[in-house]
Write a protein of this length. Structure first.
Length: 91
């Protein structure tokens, strides 16, 4: 369960971090999300940091031999990657 929770929350934190690092003073968070819907290239630019954060968590939990937690993180990472591909390549 911990792996699923961490795997879900890390990309959410990463999205907010990406927004604050790149767009905060100029655009509101709503405008940022609207830009994601209209600009598919932004989805790729935002997905990569999200998944990298999950990969870091996965590596940490593998190294400390918490394999069940790592499996949860890996499963959620796959779901995020598949969803981002579906969103990117559909209308």
């Amino acid at each position: 369960r911990l792996g699923l929770i961490l795997g879900f929350l890390a990309p959410v934190v990463s999205v907010f971090g990406y927004y604050f690092a790149k767009y905060y003073p100029t655009y509101t968070f709503g405008e940022f999300l609207g830009g994601l819907r209209s600009n598919k290239a932004l989805i790729t630019a935002m997905t990569i940091p999200c998944l990298v954060l999950n990969i870091v968590l996965f590596t940490i939990y593998i190294n400390v031999r918490k394999d069940q937690t790592a499996k949860g993180i890996f499963a959620v990472t796959l779901v995020y990657a598949i969803i981002s591909l579906i969103v990117k390549f559909t209308a």
